[in-house]
Ligand binder design. Sequence first.
Ligand code: 5GP
Ligand code: ZN
Length: 110
Amino acid sequence: MYSCLFCKIANKQISSEIVFENDSLLAFKDIRPSAPVHYLIVPKEHIQSIAHLKDNHRGVLSDLVFSAKALALKLGLGGYKLVFNVGREGGQIIDHLHLHLLGGWTNNEK
Ligand code: 5GP
Ligand code: ZN
């Protein structure tokens, strides 16, 4: 989708700090981190949100979660949060499905 920010990031029309990429998704640093460690894991296919998932997207969703798990392990995170914001009322600003990987807090920071 031409006008979508995360499609443009996935197509490398807009630069980002990509830390992982495969055929179906990519992970990059959030530009305005809300945790010491904050990455976004994004499918290359334009899907608007969790609310727009279809049955044939089960594999995409599974890939997002397994990639988040692998990235957290690579980053040495002892614990982390995985967050999907869904719709404006759910805090979603970018209308392209993305999984937030948040972590890196010390015990009393969270
Ligand atoms: P949402 O609120 O839609 O779940 O989260 C969107 C996230 O995308 C926010 O955390 C925001 O900081 C991040 N973001 C917005 N624009 C850009 C951008 O151009 N580059 C990167 N790397 N992150 C962005
Ligand atoms: Zn998109």
